[in-house]
Design a protein around this ligand. Structure first.
Ligand code: SF4
Length: 861
């Protein structure tokens, strides 16, 4: 670690630090223009010049390494004169024929008359986002910046991450929200309310309203980056249709009532059903958008107040198979590694996930790693952005992951690529697995999944030999009839190749919603208590803290709850922040189930479709920008959520609503926490692996990753380093290839796959009411050019999609992203209601809906 002096101040800096880093460490301000800590220093503007004793000329401090014993001077008449000259040279060369204004982008205003040619926008677009929208044109003094579209930013390949705005030092690139509503007066650091990446954001507020969001520079997850949703998807907070008073349905119509009235009706409604039908007749479904503290209180209310284990979260419809499979194989049902392992991996396997759209900041990190030379293998029927960059892209028929992954394991064994030392030391069941997987040659798998056997071999060789190899998977693995088996197959590959428990390796589910990991982990899971502890093993600990027993009757998951409602066994349901009507598969069956209830309570920010069509009572809730607490991201990281603005008058936090209902039902003493930190302290009491994560410690950037059992524990970035949670050895399990229940036929020859995209988040409740909505505001049906020609359906044509369960009509988008025979749609638009079409089939282990395979026919409307 070099030790040097800067303006007479002794300072020691890490190896590799620059003189600029040393000056800043010494508290000395050195002017810069082209410098941004997120970017590779270039020394282009040279404003950061300093003198170094013994050096004949001043040097750019940002590109000069700090050397031991250096004596640095940052200010002198000579240096100031030089900087003055350099400043006069900054500036975009004058343009003829225009004023430098580009108003073509709906979220970003461009005024190149303010450009000083620092080129930070060009570099950040390349080095952080990897998009290359901004580029340089011209030579020498005539060099200037342009976008990759001659018609401006709005028609460029911009993905609206806002990184260029964030780095621009002059306001040449500016958020429209700031120009329209003014600069923020105050900033609050919090965690993004969208996806499970968990970016830390700075929320800028002016006159009580959010006017800008920027990424936190020192956040370990996002390192000063964000995506379009995190950066520009905040305006829903102040949308005109926020709910501000409770509603009750009378004579078919919803009318406003007071909070007191609403709470009494909820309490009385649950009491009546419990008295008549017992605790098996009530359920609570929790929100993956809510905080850990909200989720903990949700399951506590279900168990302590309602006396039922019928509590679940929307992890059921996404990554329950990941939790089940990773729990069974390794002992912990969560990501084995961290996002930082992306940069440590030699090979990255992305299976059934589209991170550059659905987890964009991690997607950008994977893209950057691939651009720097990491091997990239993508398994996806669609040609996603990462698939286009991949060394090997395998495009299986939807629903055939198991045959493909078993064949990859077959090749690893057949070609002698097994990490024998790792298997010998830490893996059981190898011989039996080898015998079972011997049947799954690439040729046999190819007949099932449609992938060229040589591509299967190429993928196997990369994963097994270019190590460390890490895998990331998404709902393209889990939302299948064999979703859990798919994750087991990925775990098998990691075990065979020694790619678990080592830096740069592991098996990692990319979690969809911001707190989907947390809501299930807090105990919104019928068979698990907080910390994912099995009820039987942990019930005494909880009973002692709660002063009430954990119910004995086994709980029902979200899908079973709806089955029970349809069968008349479930009579009262409370749904928190989850639009069942729009997002559950087989929407008609969902509607019938909800219609039969005696009591349906919906808490949400808005009158979502479930509330509008079916609710008995609607409770207005506060958003993540309006409350304190914590979220848990997809790498087991717990980070603080902090209120940036007050909720609208009349809306309440989920925790406050839960406490009010509990109190009305005679359990106020068990829900008397003064604030979120007191709830969290109770969570730490019942969850030993989280006991070390005090709010005080979570104040630090990045919070902490569990397990973190005591206050001196640093948290755990990498699981299973020397032993597995299940024990010293993990066991290979052969996932059998089973025929699909949802079969295509001559009448239903296409496979519909549903999912999210970059601009639309799930049901669109938040993105549909934010600046992001202008970028893409409805669902489109992706259709291959081959099928387009055969059916005579072009882009923009309305298409009727018909399945065994219903039909939906939406516009076509002809694209080679999907292969022939496969169509894809998002599920945001209530007018389209694509879930009228989707299948009722489920993962055999966890009941997660098989959203990724519905047999359909297509007709031009
Ligand atoms: Fe938010 Fe996810 Fe985007 Fe990060 S990547 S800003 S967490 S939506």
């Amino acid at each position: 670690m070099p030790r040097l002096t800067v303006d007479g101040i002794d300072v020691t800096v890490p190896d590799g630090a620059s003189l600029l880093d040393a000056a800043r460490a010494a508290g000395v301000d050195v002017p810069t223009a082209c410098h941004d800590p997120r970017l590779t220093p270039t020394g282009a503007c040279r404003l950061c010049v300093v003198s170094v004793a013994g050096s004949p000329t001043p040097v750019a401090s940002c590109t000069t390494p700090a050397r031991d014993g250096a004596v640095v001077t940052t200010s002198s008449p000579e240096l100031e004169s030089l900087r003055s000259t350099l400043r006069s040279m900054l500036g975009q060369p004058p343009r003829t024929g225009d004023d430098g204004i580009d108003d073509s982008h709906p979220l970003i205003h461009v005024d190149l008359s303010r450009c000083i040619s620092c080129w930070r926008c060009v570099r950040i677009c390349e080095e952080v986002q990897g998009q290359l929208v901004w580029r340089l044109t011209g030579r020498g003094a005539d060099t200037r910046i342009v976008t990759d579209s001659p018609d401006g930013l709005g028609t460029s390949s911009c993905v609206s991450c806002g990184a260029c705005v964030d780095t621009c030092p002059t306001g040449a690139l500016q958020d429209r929200s700031v120009l329209d509503r003014g600069e923020p007066e105050a900033w609050t650091r919090t965690t993004c309310p969208y996806c499970g990446v968990g970016c830390e954001l700075l929320v800028g507020v002016r006159e009580g309203e959010i006017v800008q969001v920027r990424p936190a520079l020192d956040a370990p997850v996002n390192r000063g980056h964000a995506c379009v949703k995190g950066r520009y998807g905040f305006e829903f907070t102040h949308a005109a249709d926020r709910l501000t008073a409770p509603l009750v349905r009378e004579d078919g119509a919803l009318r406003e009532v007071t909070w007191d009235d609403a709470i009494e009706r909820v309490a009385a409604g649950f009491r009546a059903v419990l008295d008549e039908h017992g605790p098996g007749s009530v359920a609570v479904l929790a929100s993956a958008r809510a905080t850990n503290e909200d989720s903990y209180l949700t399951q506590k209310l279900a168990r302590v107040v309602l006396g039922t284990n019928n509590v679940d979260s929307c992890a059921r419809v996404c990554h329950a198979p990941s939790a089940a499979a990773l729990g069974a194989v390794f002992g912990t049902g969560a990501a084995t590694s961290s996002f930082d392992d992306v940069e440590r991996a030699a090979t990255i396997l992305v299976c059934g996930a589209n991170p550059t759209e659905n987890h964009p900041v991690v997607g950008a990190r994977i893209k950057q790693a691939a651009m720097r030379g990491a091997n990239l293998v993508v398994i996806d029927p669609r040609r996603t952005e990462l698939a286009a960059l991949a060394d090997v892209h395998l495009r299986p028929r939807p629903g055939t992951n198991i045959a493909l992954l078993d064949a990859i394991a077959h090749v690893v064994i057949e070609e002698g690529l097994v990490d024998e030392a790792f298997v010998g030391e830490r893996v059981d069941g190898y011989e039996a697995f080898r015998a079972d997987v011997a049947d799954w040659s690439p040729e046999r798998a190819a007949a099932v999944c449609g992938v060229d056997p040589e591509l299967i071999r190429a993928a196997a060789r990369l994963v097994a030999t270019a190590r460390p190899a890490i895998s990331f998977h998404g709902l393209g693995v889990t939302e299948h009839e064999q979703g859990t088996d798919g994750v087991v197959a990925l775990a098998n590959l990691a075990l065979l190749t020694g790619n678990v428990g080592r830096p740069g390796s592991g098996v990692n589910p990319l979690r969809g919603q911001n707190n989907v990991q947390g809501s299930a982990h807090m105990g919104c899971e019928p068979s698990k208590l907080t910390g994912y502890q099995p009820i039987e093993a942990a019930k005494e600990r909880f009973a002692a803290v709660w002063g009430a027993p954990v119910p004995e009757l086994p709980g029902r998951d979200a899908m079973q709850v709806l089955d029970d409602a349809a069968a008349g066994r479930l009579r009262a349901l409370w749904v928190i922040g989850w639009d069942l009507a729009l997002t559950q598969p087989d929407a008609k069956a969902t509607a019938q189930a909800l219609e039969g209830l005696d009591l349906l309570v919906v808490s949400d920010l808005f009158l979502n479709e479930t509330a509008r069509r079916h609710a008995t009572i609607v409770l207005p809730a506060a958003s993540a920008f309006e409350k304190d607490g914590t979220f848990m991201n997809g790498e087991r990281r717990v980070q603080r959520v902090r209120a940036a603005v007050a909720p609208p008058a009349g809306a309440r936090t989920d925790s406050a609503i839960l406490a009010a209902i509990a109190a009305r039902m005679g359990h106020g003493h068990q829900f008397s926490h003064r604030d979120a930190s007191e709830v969290w302290d109770e969570i730490r009491q019942v969850w030993p692996a989280g006991a070390g994560m005090s709010y005080e410690r979570l104040e630090a950037p990045g919070g902490l990753q569990w397990p973190c059992p005591d206050l001196d524990h640093p948290g755990t970035a990498l699981l299973h380093t020397t032993t597995f949670t299940v024990g010293p050895r993990a066991t290979l399990r052969m996932p059998e290839v089973r025929p699909l229940q949802e079969e295509t036929t001559a009448e239903l020859p296409f496979v519909l796959v549903t999912g999210r995209d970059l601009y639309k988040f799930n049901a669109g409740t938040m993105t549909g009411r934010s600046g992001t909505a202008v970028l893409l505001d409805t669902d489109l049906l992706e259709l291959s050019p081959t099928d387009s020609r055969a059916l005579g359906i072009g882009s923009g044509d309305q298409v009727v999609v018909t399945s065994r369960y219903g039909e939906a009509t939406l516009a076509a988008e002809v694209t080679d992203r999907v292969p022939p025979g496969v169509v894809f749609s998002t599920f945001t638009d209530p007018v389209v209601n694509i879930n009228d079409v989707t299948t009722p089939h489920r993962d055999a282990t966890t009941n997660t809906p098989a959203y990724k395979v519905t047999a359909v026919s297509l007709h031009r409307a």
